[in-house]
Ligand binder design. Structure first.
Ligand code: NAI
Length: 768
């Protein structure tokens, strides 16, 4: 008789393959797929094959959507939208519940279909993807019901074009469609060319539940179809995919007035502190980089481990890695399935080759037959190694070490991305400190890749902007109440003056300076231009760059906290009140009153514009925190100089940003008078920097500057288009509040604060 321990040793997994007969019957019955437009499938047109990447077998033929298909889908969505909105929250909620239920009823079918088309292990599609899809529709059914009370005065945007990637095909569809529909929009969605099948199955569910025709339209195809959707008459584009395509889309939408959210790539860190539970952290790596074979935008692809525990951690990691099973995705005991397509496999291998050529050592990571790659990691890797910088998007992590917490934070932040990160420490004080200092949209403490419909998800910097999930995600599918538009006074060409002396001779009463780093500065070029009441400095690119540098040094402003910032804003309000008569002589009394009101109003908000603790999953504290962008650039309206400036700059600094502001080009002196008010109100130097001069040129320099994290622009269409184009290059969000009466109540409120912050989501599991 064998002893139990011998049985355990010799026992191996037997294959346990999920039955795919029902899915194959479904595919056979459908033949070739057309698009789903206006509630019905079209005839298949020009088609391409979608394959099972684990075997190369063709699963189905799907249609390549052309401009006409996209245009028809957008028309159907446009026609359906008003009726969909008129259904009201409860009416829309009923459909969203029905979608959730029907997804749940087909969980097994959808999991198998997803696994066949994408190659991910059935364990993942069954236990993670598809249950989250249902959860998304349930959660957003609730938002449909609550829209009007939770977002008073808000309405739908109209028609949303949505472009999704192949790594979580149905889940990304749910992330896009559920909030859009809840908000009252209709959609045209383009799934990725590698993985269109679950979207088509979802279209059948839409038809089955009787979703009104045109509310959801699915057009399949490749990047060209996506580009056609971007070019179409839509009110919003929501894109998830590569940073390159995101940048291209941002450029194409410049000046179109189309809303945009981008969820792009990442190179997220996985920080293991010396006091971490190392076994748990190793499991975390499995969930982080070897989940969905590393084809995850928020994968913890850069493992940073404290030197003191690095050897032990690596031993555990190697041992665990060796036990991961690479194999048939439909086998329930497979850990690592197939890479989605041979193209992606080659891409992963070529980055690994470049990394090893540059001196890194690859442990594991061998390519198998077909689309398989074993899990692995790169060690001895220098910071500038391509494997360290590029998103590998495969099951290969990097492993490097650090000595101190400060070094860990510095390494974690040393990336152009800012999507997510994971921190492992048994000390809540250490873990939360690091989470707070890392510049990324999602931080998982002692966990990794946990998602929920209530948890906002999205990036900082080149990982994109906008959020999906929860309240923040809903807001990105809603239009805020619109103020009455006021046409902006076109700026006059600056009339250059030779210098101060000549100006004085001309009877001009004062020459203003720039305000940079808390001090009055002469402009770089030394030139001034004539403005009402005197001369203003003609700022140039160099002045903007200096101002950005000064603003970047004012980072402590954010760390001071809302209470301290509120006090400074109150002080500004008081000092401005004390000099109200003097200011009123330069502008109108209404402007001065509005300026004072703005300082008081945003002082009040500074310590109250909170996030919240969100109920996502039991056993998790989920903190959603609005964080400042860092340096913001603000191009102010050309009219109402004082009220316009204060209406924009006060909310931005209340949230902890530092600002480079370009005041009204034609009449900047009322703003120049504020320098003294700021100086006497304890506003730290560099929090507000002011560069006068040709607004559009200066705004363009700020928009293109890598050190500026977000941009607001009030002005004419062409100026905005140019700013959006320049800002698209480094993926900074641009908000155009629209010109309005800056002395009215419409010039203040929460909408300004929302645009002055980006949401960070921190997951903290609890329990012994
Ligand atoms: P991709 O960005 O080309 O594809 C994503 C989606 O965009 C697909 O639906 C595609 O058809 C569409 N698309 C492509 N070009 C377009 C265009 N010009 N206009 C509009 N839509 C367009 O990503 P791809 O080529 O599939 O993967 C390349 C790399 O991108 C991956 O290795 C990975 O590094 C990154 N990626 C990141 C994702 C994420 O979730 N952040 C998802 C997919 C890819």
């Amino acid at each position: 008789m064998s002893r139990v321990s011998e049985i355990m040793d010799s026992m191996d997994y037997g294959p346990s393959v999920e039955d795919s007969a029902a899915v194959r019957d479904w595919l056979a019955a459908r033949g070739s797929f057309g698009h789903f437009i206006d509630g019905a499938f079209t005839e298949a047109g020009r088609t391409f094959a979608t394959r099972d990447p684990s075997t190369g077998e063709t699963l189905a033929q799907v249609s390549q959507g052309g401009d006409d298909d996209v245009a028809r889908a957008v028309r159907a969505a446009r026609k359906a939208q008003p009726k969909w909105e008129r259904l009201g929250g409860t009416g829309r909620a009923r459909y969203l519940y029905a979608l959730a239920r029907h997804v749940q009823k087909r969980e097994r079918f959808l999991s198998v279909l997803e696994t066949l088309d994408n190659g991910k292990p059935i364990r993942e599609s069954r236990d993670i993807d598809i249950p989250l899809v249902a959860r998304h529709f349930y959660h957003h059914a609730g938002w449909a019901e609550l829209r009007d009370s939770a977002f008073p005065g808000h309405g739908p945007l109209g028609v949303c074009g949505q472009i999704i990637p192949w790594n979580f095909p149905l889940l990304m569809l749910a992330w896009k469609i559920a909030p859009a529909l809840a908000a009252g929009n209709t959609v045209v969605l383009k799934p990725a060319e590698y993985t269109p099948l679950t979207a088509l199955a979802f279209a059948e569910i839409c038809a089955e539940i009787g979703l009104p025709a045109g509310v959801v339209n699915i057009v399949t195809g490749d990047g060209a179809t996506g580009a056609a959707l971007v070019a179409a008459e839509v009110d919003k584009i929501a894109f998830t995919g590569s940073t390159e395509v995101g940048r291209d889309i941002a450029g194409r939408l410049a000046g179109r007035g189309t809303r945009l959210t981008l969820e792009l790539g990442g190179k997220s860190h996985f920080v293991v502190m010396p006091d971490a539970d190392l076994d748990a952290a190793v499991e975390g790596v499995v969930d982080s980089i070897w989940f969905n074979p590393g084809q995850v935008c928020c994968a913890g692809s850069r493992i940073l481990v404290a030197e003191a525990v690095a050897d032990r951690f690596e031993d555990l990691l190697r041992a665990r890695m060796a036990r991961l099973r690479v194999g048939a995705p439909l086998d329930k005991s497979t850990d690592i399935g197939a890479i989605v397509d041979p193209v992606q496999k080659d891409r992963i291998l070529s980055i690994c080759r470049a990394a090893t050529d540059a001196g890194a050592e690859l442990v594991g990571g061998q390519p198998g037959e077909g689309c398989f790659i074993a899990p692995g990691y790169l060690r001895n890797i220098a910071p500038a190694n391509p494997g360290m910088e590029q998103e590998i998007f495969g099951p290969i992590a990097t492993l490097s070490t650090f000595r101190t917490a400060d070094e860990a934070v510095e390494l974690a932040n040393n990336t152009r991305y800012g999507l997510a990160g994971s921190v492992w420490s048994e000390s809540a004080a250490i873990a939360t400190d690091i989470a707070a200092r890392i510049r990324a949209g999602v931080i998982w403490i002692n966990c990794a890749n946990v998602f929920d419909a209530a948890a906002p998800f999205g990036g900082y910097r080149e990982s994109g902007f906008g959020r999906e999930g929860g309240r923040a995600g809903m807001r990105d599918y809603l239009a805020a109440p619109q103020p009455r538009p006021v046409k902006e006074k076109p700026a006059q060409a600056p009339v250059l003056m030779p210098g101060d002396t000549a100006a004085r001779g001309a009877g001009i009463d004062r020459t203003a300076k720039l305000y940079v780093g808390g001090a009055q500065k002469r402009p770089d070029g030394g030139a001034t231009y004539a403005v009402p009441g005197g001369l203003a400095p003609l700022g140039n690119r160099k002045d903007i760059r200096n101002a950005v540098e000064a603003a970047a040094k004012a980072g402590k402003w954010a760390a001071m906290g809302g209470h301290a910032r509120a006090q400074v804003l109150y002080y500004i309000a008081e000092n401005l009140s004390a000099r109200a008569d003097e200011f009123a002589r330069r502008t109108s009394r209404a402007e001065v009153d509005a300026a004072i009101a703005r300082a008081f109003h945003y002082a009040a908000w500074a310590d109250k514009f909170d996030g919240g603790n969100v109920q996502a999953r039991p056993g998790h504290l989920l903190n959603v925190i609005p964080e400042p962008f860092g340096v913001m650039a603000i191009a102010c309206p050309n009219g109402q100089p004082l009220a316009g400036f204060m209406s924009l700059v006060m909310p931005a600094i209340a949230m902890g940003n530092s600002v480079v502001a370009i005041p009204a080009q034609d009449d900047p002196l009322p703003v120049a008078d504020l320098y003294q008010v700021f100086d006497t109100s304890d506003l730290p130097g560099g929090v507000v920097n002011i560069v006068t001069g040709p607004k559009d040129d200066l705004a363009l320099t700020a928009a293109a500057h890598d050190g500026v994290a977000a941009m607001w622009y009030v002005g004419h269409r062409d100026g905005l288009a140019a700013v959006e184009r320049a800002a698209g290059g480094n993926l900074k969000p641009v908000w155009s509040p629209g010109n309005r009466d800056w002395t009215s109540a419409e010039a203040q409120g929460e909408d300004f604060l929302h645009h002055a912050a980006q949401v960070k989501t921190i997951w903290l599991p609890y329990g012994a």
